[in-house]
Ligand binder design. Sequence first.
Ligand code: COA
Ligand code: ZN
Length: 290
Amino acid sequence: MDAVDIREVGPRDGLQAEAPVSVEDRVRLVEALLEAGVRHIEACSFVSPKAVPSMAGAGDVMARVPRAPEYRYAALVPNLKGAELALDAGVDELTVTISASETYNQRNVRMSVEESLTQIEKICTLATSADIPVDAIVSCAFGSPYEGAIEAADVASLARRLLDGGAARITYADTTGMATPPLIERLTRAAGDVDGLHLHDSRGTALVNAFAALQLGVRRFDTSVGGLGGSPFAEGAAGNLATEELVYLLDDVGYETGIDLNRLLEASTLVAGIIGHPVASRLAEAGSRN
Ligand code: COA
Ligand code: ZN
């Protein structure tokens, strides 16, 4: 059976959009995800605690999550300082954030796109010497709340510069859920192929985009348990594609994820309790078939 790599971003993208919760609860969420069979988790971000108070204490989270050779922890970093802290904390992978939208990049990381590229090159040099891969997340890859349409050719050329600068792989992010299947196809053609996708469901298109992407050969997705998530720096951001909704689809279509849907729904219930309100996932609301 064909395998799909799901990187669970709920502990980072999910919780960054919520009021701060304790390190203990963040670790409990990671543990529940591991129990459901999730093996690839973006556990936190090493960012300014003033910019994103919910991600303060990232080092404490990393120090307390269970470790095993098959568990792969990523952490998001915006700059070299974040990368140094993340490597010290023992992450297995860095995700670096940069945007195809100049305005969003400025709002998100207070740097121009060119300045972010310079930071990322430095991050790649540091991470490569520690044998840690860098995944460059290109946000607003299908449209920006500030500049509107973003040309696929511009996104593809940014991706090429990131790979030239030392990134091991690229994940294209639909930060405010603007993509539709034709836009995914257009980017695939412009970029040659799409390695990974990070989808948001602001306009109800995340799952259909994932299905279209699968048919185009994409086998790596970022998703968030419960459909939590959203950048506090992008107008109109809403939750990520819910992990349980993608797993529900993949189970039926016949892709291997290693994730147990019913255990994952338990993690979804847990996170709703942690954040203190219902999650966006419709599958969590309706329940699975069995
Ligand atoms: N981790 C922790 N602290 C950091 C940091 C990092 N990666 N980078 C900078 N800081 C600290 C500095 O030490 C400084 O602290 P001080 O005020 O106690 O001296 C403070 O943050 C400001 O540093 P500066 O370099 O001037 O940053 P800035 O104010 O221009 O902000 C970022 C730039 C990138 C640090 C900030 O915008 C950020 O963290 N953005 C992340 C956004 C994010 O997570 N978005 C989520 C969607 S992808
Ligand atoms: Zn996101």
